[in-house]
Each structure stands twice: as structure tokens, then as C-alpha cells.
Design a protein around this ligand. Structure first.
Ligand code: NAI
Length: 320
């Protein structure tokens, strides 16, 4: 393959790489020449227990195929230990794939503080700790590739997953901020929302679906986002079954009410159809907080001087 994307000389850390999608990331990156830290605590999919076997098996698989890998068994909550393993074994850290995860699904009414906290500790604090430990190395070497794992559930919500969906949504904003802070140091950060048949989903998916959603269809995107040729940053991708798409925000054109009149709830009610209309040709796709704020700022001088002002109405069309 003439255009093969290689990772020779690069060091990748994949968290939760003992099972599921993470295992396939580790195998693929190693096959393409990367030295890989295979991290896995080896617990159950609900975050119970721990064992070395999960990570060890993947390391053995990589080595048997002629690749370079070492195991790490710490929880992602001890992110510095994971990064230490990379530095000790391979002398650097180029790619971080924050993939480790657990579920504690319950209706919100029945969800306990422990269900909430455990899921947040692994996904949010774990991703933070691992990335925080890798970051100074990436800044120093002016190179880094970070892939964080969200979920469609973190974008759209899902019954029974208030804890998990909130934690997954956090990945998006975290990646986007790192994308901004990393830009001048050639550190890119992206978020993926995968769909894959794994032990995490095997309980809710029929076997044909597990097969159609092989993690092998997700891993190539992660490799691409982890490659030095990739310049994409601060983006979200939905991926699974061999299908890949980018996701972005869309905002309606909005309604700017005059600032020299009291703004009352009934004014908002009367313009609700416009406030929520994506189909009037005024919808935009803000890509930054500055972009977002521009429309707010544009309304600073929106004074109603017209004859209709006494009625307290807003200017037709508002401010975009
Ligand atoms: P999995 O349960 O097969 O693998 C997750 C791995 O993470 C396990 O090997 C587990 O031991 C490890 N792990 C859990 N807690 C850890 C900790 N504290 N420290 C280190 N390792 C830990 O799950 P799967 O399906 O491969 O999921 C991978 C990621 O993708 C997760 O973040 C998950 O939330 C996300 N995801 C998966 C989807 C799917 O369809 N499978 C859908 C959306 C998101």
C-alpha cells in the first residue's frame, strides 16, 4: 500500500485497551509501527475488580505479530502512572487515546451518587488525568495527537444514562479547549462517538449487530486522527459499521429584542417560532465561543425607535 500511514518512532498510549474497541486500536497502531502502551485495569464493564490478564493478552498478541508494546494496569484515574510507563519503556508519548470506560445504567430516579461518581471518575477525571500527564511532554516536543471518546449518547442523551451521557458530553468541550490550547504546539485533539459491538454493548445488541459493528471499523479513524499528517482539530466524529461523519453545532438565526424596552416572557412566547426556526435561511454553524458571542454582542445597540416600539415588539428578523 503506497500511501500507508505509518507510525514508526511514535509512541501511543491506549487506555482500556484490554478489551473491545481499545484492543483493536492498540493492535492497529502497533501493526502500523507505533510502540504502544496497552493500559487496562481489567475490571468488569461496570467497573468492578481488576486483573492483569486483559492488558497482558493484548501485549502478547502485539509482540507475537512482531510489534512493540508494554502493559500498564493502573486505573486511568492515576494518569501519571500510565504516562510514566510510556516514558520509561519508549522515552516519549505522541498519541493518547482516551478510551477506557464503564457503564452504570439506571433510570435517573434510581441512580445513586455512587453510580454518578464512578462513571464520572473513569470517563471525565480519568481522561483529564491521563491527558494532564501527557500534556507537558507534548508541549515540550511540540507534537501531540489526542483522541477522546464520547458517545452518541453524550450528544443526544439516552434513557437510563444520565450519568454516562453527562460524562461523555464533557469529552467534547474538553477536546475543543485542548484543541485551542494545543494549536500552536502542533497538538491536535478530537472527539469520537463510536458504535461498536463489544462486551459493553453485547448485552443490548443481537449477534448480527455486534458483527456489523466490529471495532475494526472504528480503529482506522482513530489511527488517522492520531497520525502526523492529520491537521483536523476540535472536531467530533460519529463512527461505526464502516460509516464516518463529522458533527457540528447549528444555531438558528435568533431574534434580537430591543434593549430599550423591557423584555417580557410574553415577548419571547410571541417570537418562539422564529427563535427556534432552523429553516428560514438564517441558521449558522458557530465554531468558536467568539463566533457564538458575536450575535449576542450585535444586539448591544438594538434600540427600537419605530412606531411599533410602544407595543414592545422586536424588530422583524432580529439580529443574526
Ligand atoms: P469495553 O468494556 O469492551 O472496554 C473498555 C475497557 O476499559 C475494558 O477493558 C475495561 O477494563 C477498561 N477500563 C474500565 N475502567 C478502567 C479504568 N479505570 N482504567 C483503565 N481501564 C479501564 O468497552 P468498549 O465498548 O470497547 O468501549 C470503549 C470506549 O468507547 C468507552 O469509553 C465507551 O464508553 C465508548 N463507547 C463505546 C460504544 C460502543 O458501542 N461500544 C458506544 C459509545 C461509546
Amino acid at each position: 500500500n503506497p500511501g500507508e500511514l505509518r507510525f514508526d518512532g511514535r509512541v501511543a498510549l491506549v487506555t482500556g485497551a484490554g478489551n473491545g474497541i481499545g484492543r483493536i486500536y492498540a493492535l492497529l497502531l502497533a501493526k502500523l509501527g507505533a510502540s504502544v502502551v496497552v493500559n487496562d485495569l481489567g475490571g468488569s464493564h461496570t467497573g468492578v475488580g481488576g486483573a492483569h490478564a486483559a492488558a497482558d493478552k493484548v501485549v502478547d498478541e502485539i509482540r507475537a505479530a512482531g510489534g512493540k508494546a508494554v502493559a500498564n494496569y493502573d486505573s486511568v484515574e492515576d494518569g501519571d502512572k500510565l504516562v510514566d510507563t510510556a516514558i520509561k519503556a519508549f522515552g516519549r508519548i505522541d498519541i493518547v487515546v482516551n478510551n477506557a470506560g464503564i457503564l452504570r445504567d439506571k433510570s435517573f430516579a434510581r441512580m445513586t451518587d455512587a453510580d454518578w461518581d464512578l462513571v464520572h471518575r473513569v470517563h471525565v477525571r480519568g481522561t483529564y488525568k491521563v491527558t494532564k500527564a501527557a500534556w507537558p511532554h507534548m508541549l515540550k516536543q511540540k507534537y501531540g495527537r489526542i483522541i477522546n471518546t464520547a458517545s452518541a449518547v453524550g450528544l443526544y442523551g439516552n434513557f437510563g444514562q444520565a450519568n454516562y451521557s453527562a460524562a461523555k458530553a464533557a469529552m467534547v468541550a474538553f477536546s475543543n479547549t485542548l484543541a485551542l490550547e494545543g494549536r500552536k504546539s502542533n497538538i491536535i485533539a478530537n472527539t469520537i462517538a463510536p458504535n461498536a459491538g463489544t462486551r459493553m454493548t453485547a448485552t443490548v445488541m443481537p449477534p448480527e449487530m455486534v458483527e456489523a459493528l466490529k471495532p475494526d471499523y472504528v480503529a482506522p479513524l482513530v489511527a488517522f486522527l492520531g497520525h502526523e499528517s492529520c491537521k483536523e482539530t476540535g472536531s467530533i466524529f460519529e463512527v461505526g459499521s464502516g460509516w464516518i461523519a463529522k458533527v457540528r453545532w447549528q444555531r438558528t438565526g435568533g431574534v434580537g429584542f430591543p434593549i430599550n424596552r423591557p423584555l417580557l416572557p410574553e415577548h419571547i412566547a410571541s417570537r418562539w417560532a422564529e427563535i427556534t426556526n432552523f429553516n428560514d435561511g438564517r441558521a449558522t454553524h458557530p465554531i468558536s465561543t467568539q463566533d457564538s458571542f458575536a450575535a449576542v454582542q450585535a444586539n448591544f445597540d438594538n434600540k427600537d425607535t419605530g412606531a411599533g416600539a410602544a407595543a414592545g415588539g422586536a424588530k422583524k428578523g432580529g439580529v443574526n
